[in-house]
Structures are given as structure tokens and as C-alpha cells.
Design a protein around this ligand. Structure first.
Ligand SMILES: *Cc1c(COP(=O)(O)O)cnc(C)c1O
Length: 406
């Protein structure tokens, strides 16, 4: 028998974390022990519908059979080589990811923040090598209320004081403009601009969807100004909004797209910078790298994720169930919900502050068997796995109604 003599309960495990775990998170008081599909189960055997889905890292649900199978098969054959050698899974992964996203080249990394850092490096290199910006003068324009990750460079151009304060000095070369404001963007772009880096929908900010035409405007403006459009689709991409990429809701093809989260199938961290040959082609051996980027296990899981998305089934589900989500939320406006924004299976819901903070609403939903996460203030985010059924989704909306109206 290898099992511990006495399994520890939720409260005991939460208390045990306190002295040994850095306090950079404030999780809901649920201790998950196993999961399948859209459902997780805690240490005491209580079941919860997962309406957060790992911030979209679990777009295909927990332990999707095709993804787990791909991982198992790869674990039994080859897991790591480093990029010092070729391995037999990388070409297929890169070819299929490029084809899925309609791009030429792929730079595989691990986490989302690394993909963003890599996108920044590539954009700067392109600015010097191709555009001819004088050395060390390149600028990148970003949007207020952005979320692009947690490295020092990235938090340096965040407008969230909690994310920034105490971590300076920061990397220079970034300009912040209001989101969804083309005139402000036009003003900020000049001959030093390497790229405009933006989320097509701002997830952490509360699922903020720009006006129709904004992203097409960004594309047109960057083309005219001779700078790159880098779209951070780490949370919005790979089926979440009802399309493979969120930019596809407008006739927009960015120069560079950043992918992560769902690309790892909820199994391993997998991220990638995908884009045109003109841009990603600027990198030469030794100029950038990652020990784990594009490793065989990551490539096998990533390829299986791309295979799922190639069928279009998940994008279709997200679009169809998105209607259920929107209608359900619309029925709650004035009954605890003051407003919401939704696209596909992704919604930011502003709850009447009189009913409690987003955190308090999240805790009440947890006690009723639904897991969500507040973004800030009284806004909660709903992002179930794309495998959720209509019935499960209606059940979660019913629970939300109960929590808000009782
Ligand atoms: C989560 C996220 C990131 C950072 O990804 P990590 O894997 O947590 O480093 C970057 N950009 C966006 C839009 C994200 O949602």
C-alpha cells in the first residue's frame, strides 16, 4: 500500500499551504483532486462544473481522451531532446499549426508570457533589420488594461498597479494608448514603431470586446504606418470565441499571432509565436531559444490539439452554445446582472455591486457547485470548456440566477 495512512481533507490541505507556498494567489477554497470533461471533483468527493476552464487552457475539457492518448503514446517513446537535435514530432506540429492559423512560420515556446516576450523580440529585430529603425529606438504600442503575462518587461507596460508596483525598473520602449480608440493609436504610432501589440478581446480586463471595425482599423493603420500588428490570442484563440482566432470575426490577418493556454491541451504548457516569413524569418541561430520549447511531448499534444481544431467542431460548439450563454445572461439583466459582454463561450458579467464583490459571488457559486473566477470589482468571467453540453451550461446559468436572486 503506497497510499498515505490518512488522506488530508480540504481545510487541512488549504491550511498546510499557508506557511510553505508563496502567497501570489488567493484561490477559492476548493481543493480539486480529479477531473473529467467539464467537471472537477474535490478531495471530499464534491463535484463542480468548471466554468473557468483554466482561463481557456482547458478549452477541450479536462483529460480529453484524444489529448491524453497522444500524451501517453509520446511518453512511451520520446519526451525531450532539446533543440540541439531534431526530433520526429516538430515538423508535423509546425506545419499543421501554421496551416490552421493561415501563417508561414512557427516559433515554439512554453508559456504565454514567453510567447509575448518572443513576439516583442521578433518585432524589434524586424524593425531594425527590415524596417530600418535606428538601433535601440524601436517602440511598441500597447493598450491600457492589457494583460500579456507576468515577466518584468510585460508588467512594465501593464496599467494595473498591483501587477507593476514594486517590480521596477522596467524595460523602455513601450507606449500605452486607450483600448478601442483608433485616433489615440494613430497618434502614438510613428517611424520608430515596430508593432502594435494587442488582445483582440481583453480577457483579464473583463472580456472587453472592441467596437466592430476596431481590429480592422488597427490592421489598416499598422499596414499604412509600416509596422506590425501582433495579436495576443493566448486566451481568445483556439476556438474560444466561435472561430479559430478571435481576429477572424473581422477580415483581419495580423502579421504575428501569439498562442498559448489551450495549445497545451490542459496537459503541458505549450505556446507559440506564429506569423509571416518576413517577420519570423529575421531570427538566426543563437539569437533566441528555449530548452523546452517545441519538445516532443509538447509537440505531440499540440498536434493533437490542432487536429481537434481542424474539424471545426469546437469552434461551431462555441458559437452555438455562445447563443445559449448570451440569452441566459440577457435574461438576468436587471435581476442581479447590470451588464455583460460575450463572444462565443466567453463572457464578462458585471454583477450588481450591492449583491457582493466578484469574489463573494464566486464563493457562493462554488458552494452551489459551479466554479468561476472574478476578474476585478464585481465582474466575473465565464469560460466553460468548449465540450460543455447545453444542459450543463443551462444548469450553470440557473445556479447563477439562484445565487443572484435568492
Ligand atoms: C494568460 C495570458 C498570457 C500569459 O500566459 P502565461 O502562460 O500565464 O504566461 C498572456 N496573454 C494573455 C492574453 C493571457 O490571457
Amino acid at each position: 500500500m503506497t497510499a498515505p495512512a490518512r488522506a488530508r481533507g480540504s481545510q487541512e490541505l488549504i491550511r498546510a499551504e499557508e506557511p510553505v507556498l508563496a502567497h501570489n494567489y488567493h484561490p477559492l477554497p476548493v481543493v480539486v483532486a480529479r477531473a473529467e470533461g467539464a467537471w472537477v471533483e474535490d478531495v471530499e468527493g464534491r463535484r463542480y462544473l468548471d466554468m473557468l476552464a483554466g482561463y481557456s487552457a482547458l478549452n477541450f475539457g479536462h483529460r480529453h481522451p484524444a489529448l491524453v492518448d497522444a500524451a501517453h503514446r509520446q511518453l512511451d517513446r520520446l519526451t525531450l531532446t532539446s533543440r540541439a537535435f531534431h526530433h520526429d514530432r516538430l515538423a508535423g506540429f509546425a506545419e499543421r499549426l501554421a496551416a490552421l492559423t493561415g501563417t508561414d512560420m512557427v516559433l515554439p515556446m512554453n508559456t504565454g508570457a514567453e510567447a509575448v516576450e518572443s513576439g516583442i523580440k521578433v518585432a524589434r529585430k524586424w524593425a531594425y533589420d527590415v524596417k530600418g529603425v535606428p538601433a535601440d529606438r524601436a517602440t511598441i504600442v500597447v493598450a491600457a488594461d492589457n494583460f500579456h503575462g507576468r515577466t518584468t518587461t510585460i508588467v512594465g507596460f501593464s496599467t494595473d498597479e498591483t501587477a507593476r508596483a514594486g517590480f521596477g525598473p522596467f524595460t523602455p520602449g513601450f507606449r500605452v494608448v486607450p483600448y478601442n480608440d483608433l485616433a489615440a493609436l494613430e497618434e502614438a504610432v510613428d517611424e520608430t514603431t515596430a508593432a502594435v501589440l494587442m488582445e483582440p478581446i481583453q480577457g483579464e480586463a473583463g472580456v472587453l470586446i472592441p467596437d466592430d471595425g476596431y481590429l480592422a482599423g488597427v490592421r489598416e493603420l499598422t499596414r499604412r504606418a509600416g509596422c506590425l500588428f501582433v495579436a495576443d490570442e493566448i486566451q481568445s484563440g483556439l476556438g474560444r470565441t466561435g472561430r479559430t482566432l478571435a481576429v477572424e470575426h473581422e477580415p483581419v490577418v495580423p502579421d504575428v499571432v501569439l498562442l498559448g493556454k489551450a495549445l497545451g491541451g490542459g496537459i503541458v504548457p505549450v505556446s507559440a509565436v506564429v506569423g509571416s516569413r518576413e517577420v519570423l524569418g529575421v531570427l538566426r541561430p543563437g539569437e533566441h531559444g528555449s530548452t523546452f520549447g517545441g519538445n516532443p511531448l509538447a509537440a505531440a499534444v499540440g498536434t493533437a490539439v490542432v487536429e481537434l481544431l481542424e474539424t471545426g467542431e469546437f469552434q461551431r460548439r462555441a458559437a452555438e452554445l455562445g447563443t445559449v450563454l448570451r440569452e441566459g445572461l440577457a435574461a438576468l439583466v436587471g435581476r442581479g446582472v447590470v451588464g455583460f459582454r460575450a463572444r462565443g463561450l466567453w463572457a464578462g458579467v458585471d454583477v450588481d455591486p450591492a449583491l457582493g464583490s466578484g469574489r463573494e459571488i464566486s464563493e457562493r457559486l462554488m458552494r452551489e457547485g459551479v466554479l468561476v473566477k472574478d476578474t476585478h470589482g464585481s465582474t466575473i468571467r465565464l469560460a466553460p470548456p468548449l465540450t460543455v453540453t447545453g444542459e450543463e451550461l443551462r444548469g450553470a446559468l440557473g445556479t447563477l440566477e439562484k445565487v443572484l436572486t435568492s
